[in-house]
Ligand binder design. Structure first.
Ligand SMILES: [Zn+2]
Length: 80
């Protein structure tokens, strides 16, 4: 069923999400993996047997950190 070498992880394998993507619909927020799993952009999964896996990874973490020091833009201007 899997044409890849080495073969993709089985849908019940711990690393199942490492299977190759065969269909991708980023505009709809899901991808079909080679092992039959549909994975959603919120990290939820739909397994081949019909079982579902709830989103299990945070997707709302901000990796950007804007510098916010004491000299913030809200500081009042010095009086003349
Ligand atoms: Zn494969």
């Amino acid at each position: 069923m899997c044409p890849h070498t080495p073969p993709c992880p089985a849908p019940d394998a711990a690393d199942r999400e490492a299977a190759r993507t065969v269909v991708s619909h980023p505009e709809q927020g899901w991808s079909l993996l080679c092992n039959g799993i549909v994975i959603f952009e919120d990290t939820g999964e739909l397994l081949p047997g019909g079982a579902t896996v709830a989103p299990h990874r945070p997707t709302d973490l901000r990796l950007e950190h804007e510098p916010a020091g004491p000299g913030s833009p809200a500081a009042p201007a010095p009086a003349a």
